[in-house]
Design a protein around this ligand. Sequence first.
Ligand code: SAM
Length: 294
Amino acid sequence: MNQRAAHLSNKIARKAQKAADIWAKNYWHHFPFGGSPRADRQAYLTLWEKAKAVSYPDIEAFETQKGFRIDPQWFHDLALHTQIVVKDSVLCYQHGRVLYAALREYAESRKKQWDQDKIPQGQRMLTILETGTARGFSAVCMARALADADMCGKIITLDLLPHDVRMYWNCIDDHEGTKTRAELLAPWKTLVDAYILFIENDSRIGIRRTATGRIHFAFLDGAHTYEDIMIEFDMVRQRQEEGDVIVFDDYNPVLFPGIIKGVDEGCTRWGYRKDVFGDRQGRSYVIACKNAVS
Ligand SMILES: C[S@@+](CC[C@H](N)C(=O)[O-])C[C@H]1O[C@@H](n2cnc3c(N)ncnc32)[C@H](O)[C@@H]1O
């Protein structure tokens, strides 16, 4: 193909890509959680009170083992706006506590290593990758962990949902009208601006096209299928080193058999040791830690 033909072909391909992009975004940009509030303010507050009243001894034990616990009042307040939704299944947002404690522990171990290796302060920084931003709850919990650890870092989080399009989010804020995710997260703006980079993209494409360097810590919580888990795990593990971590939620054989298969297969194939624990309410989490490459 001569250069003129190649240029023309590229122009057509880019136009087609733009059209496909608009088409693919259409669903996510037009009220994916419904065209009106799902419940009134009081209904969300009642759901919140009920969710807050449940105790989770296994999560507490996990926090004790790691040596870190997220500020409960701050945590529940964030959850009210980003986790309390009207849905058929039980509301549970304990993964925020798990992520916070696991990331704080990881940050401390990195600091020790950096001290040993005499790494200059300006080069001490963590890169975190998340798939499945949703309303931003887990990303903000991880941002809080970095801030409390006095750690520089960037949390790159991907979702098909846009950050700057107004919609109803099926949450308590809906009684104030439509909001963008940025507006929903305005009370946590300082943390958000300091640490979080929101990417609107399919994780399968987005991770590959984002040059992150080393991914120290990841939370893979996007599409819960075997295929997606394997693609994401594969892309992340190539950018990880010994001791780096991937957290998985919803490790449940009945509801999400694809996650079980993908996590088990990926850990064996790519050399991760797996710490699985449940919260006795039916939800299980996995902390996968990369072994030394032999
Ligand atoms: C379980 S929710 C994530 C919850 C969130 N981590 C939190 O703690 O609030 C899953 C999210 O993954 C997103 N998602 C599903 N498939 C995806 C894909 N292929 N790429 C990017 N995001 C995806 C959905 O839009 C949804 O917001």
